[in-house]
Design a protein around this ligand. Structure first.
Ligand code: COI
Length: 357
């Protein structure tokens, strides 16, 4: 048997929990009391610590801020019906993090280091997990290069940090998208499938332009000729067309979303037909005109299932019916909620349970 990891824990002197307004949880506003910190040096991850959340002393020459070796994950923990806590799809998030690390030439993290530190952190800060429906504890693991060196090179030093923040729903209303046909988020062969910081930074400017035009987000298209849709950047995109759930097939330009995967799996359980394939813009235009597209929604860890109100394609705004209780997206969202909170059997073993005495 492998011995459990030794985690040195230094507790905060005064908890910040009483400052949190749980009825008004702006995404990421409050960070929980503690964080995991692990340093990488001499080609190995060192001993993990849990320390009070706070600033760290770092060099302005550290490689991540110059050359972008920085990746993250986004996952969630839920309060269950029986009072225990559930970290949802931990293994899939860990596997995806390692894919991001490999793409960015950064050292992978073992499943035991990831799981045991995360478990210990959420157990310690379990009072930060909100109980209101639609709320959860968002978990942000991040790995970045810390070697201080201005020469362009792969870093020899890294930090792995996990912090958490209590959150409510990310989008409070259905959102308006604009198909982007000039800027690109990433290209095939690039880093789009990895959760690296640069993918988000590069998307800010086109998204800001879209916001100034009255949209909430952009719908990215392929880099070659902007004919096929990729994803929204903060989430994957899904449509119900002629009674079938259709979403772009994964490629190196699209993030392998964990919520995307959960929804596809649950659709199969519900005998709802699914298709993962390329989706051409003119198929969407035709589907909006003839009414065969009945639903469009985003799927992501932060966003969960987020209805799309309209999409602008080639200068025309197509309006999409808003979901009702019989819509596929409402049913699948309910299923997800019930699995996460323990109301329905977790038959795919997605839940990592933390017992709270
Ligand atoms: C997530 O859903 O975890 C995201 O990555 C979206 C965003 C908060 C960065």
């Amino acid at each position: 048997m492998v011995a459990p990891l030794q985690i040195a824990i230094k507790k905060i002197q005064e908890s910040q929990l009483s400052k949190v307004d749980f009825n008004n949880l702006e995404f990421g506003k409050y960070v929980s009391d503690h964080m995991v910190l692990v340093n990488y040096a001499n080609k190995t991850w060192g001993n993990p610590e849990i320390i009070p959340y706070g600033d760290l002393l770092m060099s302005p020459a550290m490689l991540s801020i110059h050359y972008g070796q920085s990746i993250f994950e986004g996952m969630k923990a839920f309060k269950m019906q029986d009072g225990n806590i559930n970290i949802f799809r931990l293994k899939k998030h860990h596997a995806r993090m390692n894919k991001s690390l490999a793409r960015m030439c950064m050292p992978e993290i073992s499943e035991s280091l990831f799981t045991e530190t995360l478990h210990a952190l959420v157990a310690l800060d379990h009072k930060w997990v909100p109980s209101n429906e639609g709320s959860s504890l968002y978990i942000r693991p991040v790995v970045f290069a810390t070697e201080a060196r201005l020469g362009v090179k792969v870093s020899d030093l890294y930090k792995f940090i996990i912090m958490t923040t209590p959150v409510g729903p990310y989008f409070s209303k259905p959102y308006k998208l604009k198909v982007e046909d000039y800027y690109v988020r990433t290209a095939e062969g690039g880093t789009g499938f990895a959760k690296c910081a640069g993918n988000y930074g590069g998307a800010f400017y086109p998204t800001q332009v879209a916001k100034e035009e009255g949209f909430d987000q952009v719908l990215w298209t392929d880099h070659k000729d902007h004919q096929y849709i990729d994803e929204v950047g903060m989430m994957n995109v899904m449509f119900v067309i002629n009674g079938k759930l259709i979403t772009p097939a994964l490629n190196t330009a699209i993030l392998d979303g964990v919520t995307r995967d959960s929804i596809l799996t649950l659709a199969k359980d519900m005998n709802f037909p699914t298709e993962e394939r390329r989706i051409k813009l003119n198929e969407l235009e035709k589907g909006f005109k003839d009414g065969s597209i009945t639903e469009a929604f985003g799927a992501g860890t932060a966003a969960v299932v987020a209805p799309i109100q309209s999409i602008r394609i080639h200068g025309i705004d197509y309006t999409i019916p808003l979901p009702n209780e019989n819509s596929f997206q409402s049913k699948v969202k309910k299923q997800l909620f019930e699995i996460r909170t323990g109301l329905t059997e977790d038959k795919h073993q997605w839940n990592h349970i933390i017992k709270i005495k």
